[in-house]
Design a protein around this ligand. Structure first.
Ligand code: 2P0
Length: 349
């Protein structure tokens, strides 16, 4: 089968085994959202999801084995990682060591260009890059499906950032090892669909409730959760059809209803989880106004107040101006579909 340079992650060159490995991965934005886990330890999502990988805000991660050192060292944006962030990364390295049958510790250096923990998918790009660099550094050869399953153990959304363009993450079936084997992402081939995604950054600060805690509370207490999970199945079927038609209006309508439904499940949780701020609502109003003015523009929001607006490239500048007018403190950056995770070597590092 020919290799699709956009959707297939790069193969592992032997040269990266000396002196560590560096990988780059991009964030993705879900058009059909993942929210809720069936198994927290194995990171098995309750629902299927579908996303677009972006061409901006990459994470670059280097993993070097440090046999003479007793503990892993983790540097995040130039500073030593602490607390839960460090723990998640070292637990992930432990998984790779188990796969490799090796015990050497490692030094991890991760650089994000996206604000960490702001609902801008830094854990998606972060764990996709770490999975690829970590597997390469420890000499574990993984096919794209296995790499995606590994990335999922870091963050379910990271399974999708292994691939470029559009990707679907299967929630999987069964429990335990069966669920682990059957939950992974794979590319969705829509070569001619290339929309713009205008990211309206209303607040780049870290979120007040982690998505992990928020998901858990929603699944356990929200009376709306089950209804949303069921309607998401139809959303996914409709989304695949709209994508294959290259139908931006269809894709946008389905993405918007799926995201609003996800936030409705959170608002109904006890106590409520509310990521949407007044500025978020002002941007949503401006998106409605754009549509009323004949500009196809559709909103999606993740675990934070920022809004991502799907539109045609030709309309992206107008959309960006409109959201900036709606919320003067807001900045807007435009993304398009981007590449899958890849290893980088030599000077590129
Ligand atoms: C998504 N989000 O599909 C959804 C929509 C946020 C809202 O995946 O707990 O960092 O590490 O699996 O992937 C954000 O949560 O969560 C997320 P974990 P993740 O993109």
């Amino acid at each position: 089968m020919p290799i699709d340079r956009e959707t297939e992650p790069a193969a592992l060159p032997e040269s990266v085994l000396d002196g560590g490995a560096t990988a780059v991965a991009h964030p993705n934005i879900a058009l059909i959202k993942y929210w809720g886990k069936l198994d927290e330890r194995l990171v098995i999502p309750c629902v299927d999801s579908l996303s677009m990988t972006l061409d901006i805000l990459p994470t670059t991660t280097t993993v070097r084995l440090t046999p003479a050192v007793r503990d892993d060292t983790v540097t995040l944006d130039g500073k030593p990682a602490t607390g839960e962030q460090r723990q998640r990364i070292t637990a992930f390295l432990e998984l790779i060591r188990e796969m490799a049958g090796r015990s050497e510790r490692a030094a991890v250096d991760t650089r994000n260009t996206v604000p960490t923990g702001a609902g801008l998918a830094s854990s998606a790009s972060g764990f996709a890059a770490l999975a690829l660099a970590g597997a390469a550094a420890y000499g574990v050869g993984l096919d794209p499906t296995a790499l995606s399953r590994l990335a999922r153990r870091g963050s379910a959304s990271a399974s999708r950032s292994v691939f470029g363009g559009f990707a679907v993450c299967h929630a999987g079936r069964g429990i335990g090892a069966t669920a682990d084997l059957s939950s992974y992402a794979e590319p969705v081939s829509v070569p001619d669909f290339d929309p713009a995604l205008v990211i309206a950054l209303v607040n780049a600060g870290p979120k007040t409730v982690s998505s992990r805690a928020a998901m858990r509370r929603t699944v356990e207490t929200s009376p709306l959760y089950k209804a949303w999970a069921i309607s998401g199945k139809a959303d996914l079927t409709d989304m695949r059809a709209a994508l294959s038609r290259g139908d931006l209006e269809g894709v946008g309508e389905i993405a918007e209803r799926n995201a609003l439904g996800m936030h409705a499940t959170m608002l109904a949780a006890r106590p409520a989880v509310r990521y949407l701020s007044p500025a978020t609502l002002a941007v949503l109003d401006s998106v409605l106004q754009l549509r009323a003015d004949g500009v196809p523009a559709y909103a999606t929001m993740d675990a934070g107040p920022n809004v991502k607006v799907l539109c045609h490239h030709a309309d992206a500048a107008r959309v960006a101006d409109t959201v900036r007018d709606a919320v003067p403190a807001c900045s807007a950056i435009t993304a398009r579909r981007g590449p899958g995770a890849r290893l980088v070597t030599g000077a590129e590092r």
